[in-house]
Design a protein around this ligand. Structure first.
Ligand SMILES: [Zn+2]
Length: 357
């Protein structure tokens, strides 16, 4: 089958020509259950990724598997749909003539640039900030993502309410934990996800370790550390997620409250985003409960998730409410508050579940 296919062709194939066009996609037959009506909503996100939502609640992983079995989306790592886009006419060799598009050309374009790792917020070319007061458990959540994304079979694993739909290599840059603590936590989380695993897709760069070996901690205000990280992503395209845990410990000496101090780091994050990296910034809340530092930190971020301890939860319990404060590409309903709770299983593994289920 031709690798390039339109969303309409996928929808019509599933419903044998009876798919219904909607303002932003198609209603079609779900391939995962005995669908007597049109229960599956197919649409393309602004990032050009195919989103499939079954009203009967079929899992995204299973729907993608069926679409891939039918040859409607590519198999394996690259599960996005490649969409036919109309060619842009070139008028002349000037900048405007070569690159400007008319509004009707723009309307006809479909963008295929990024791919979801964890809907609705972690996708290629995005920056997400996760923040909370210290000690609430945000690093545990982030370690959950690091561990799940890098497993051999990540698809379908969940971190509380969030399902991994594509795995990839992750670079975790940690600003404050000793290696022994990182080892203990990641091993318990890995166990909770279905047994310890040994593979090389999770790279852990500990500032404490770097300081021990070189005499200097990792400091993102210094251009050479930023360049080293960029080079890693340029050389190793299988690494698609960068986790910076956390902003304060990795930018020692930066005056968080001025825009000029943040500007070079902001430019660097945008550069990483442009080469396809999904970035998770872990940040502390200040005393008033909002994220710390100059408001410009929020400007270029696609998603902001605030984690709060659920009222009445014990101090030693990781029981959180996640609130989307910003979400550039959220669908209606996707920005609702969700809860997640860390539980210990009989083998000593840790696992985030949805407490309401
Ligand atoms: Zn279904």
């Amino acid at each position: 089958m031709d690798k390039r296919i339109t969303i309409e062709e996928i929808a019509q194939n599933l419903a044998m020509g009876k798919a219904v066009k909607q303002p932003n996609g198609y209603l079609t037959r779900c391939p995962c259950h005995n669908d007597t009506k049109l229960s599956l909503r197919l649409k393309l996100t602004a990032q050009g990724d195919l989103r499939a939502t079954c009203e009967a609640g079929c899992k995204n992983r299973d729907i993608r598997q069926k679409l891939s079995d039918k040859g409607l989306i590519a198999k394996g790592d690259d599960e996005r749909v490649e969409i036919k886009t109309p060619c842009k006419k070139t008028y002349d060799s000037t900048l405007v003539g070569s690159y400007a598009v008319t509004s009707s050309e723009l309307a006809g374009m479909e963008f295929v640039t990024s791919k979801y790792f964890v809907p609705p917020f972690l996708y290629a070319q995005s920056i997400s900030m996760i923040y909370s007061p210290p000690g609430v458990g945000k690093s545990m959540v982030v370690h959950g993502f690091c561990s799940a994304l890098t497993r051999e079979k990540p698809e379908g694993l969940t971190i509380g309410p969030w399902e991994i739909i594509n795995g990839c290599g992750v670079l975790l840059v940690d600003g404050e934990l000793p290696m022994s603590d990182l080892k203990k936590r990641l091993s318990m989380i890995s166990k909770g996800l279905g047994g310890e695993h040994c593979q090389n897709r999770l790279l852990i760069l500990s500032s404490v370790e770097v300081q021990e070996k070189t005499g200097e901690p990792i400091n993102l205000t210094k251009v050479r550390y930023r360049e080293e990280i960029t080079n890693h992503f340029l050389r190793h395209p299988e690494y698609r997620v960068l986790v910076l845990d956390n902003l304060t410990s990795l930018t020692d000496g930066m005056n968080e409250n001025t825009k000029t101090a943040w500007a070079p780091i902001n430019r660097w994050l945008l550069q990483l985003r442009n080469i396809g990296v999904a970035i998770i910034l872990v940040h502390h809340a200040n005393k008033s409960g909002t994220d710390r530092g100059h408001s410009s930190i929020r400007d270029n971020v696609n998603n902001i998730i605030s984690l709060k301890r659920v009222k009445g939860a014990a101090v030693d319990d990781v029981h959180l409410k996640a609130v989307f404060e910003k979400g550039r590409d959220l669908e209606p309903g996707e920005g609702n508050d969700v809860k997640l709770k860390l539980i210990k299983d009989e083998h000593g593994g840790l696992r985030f579940v949805c407490p309401q289920v």
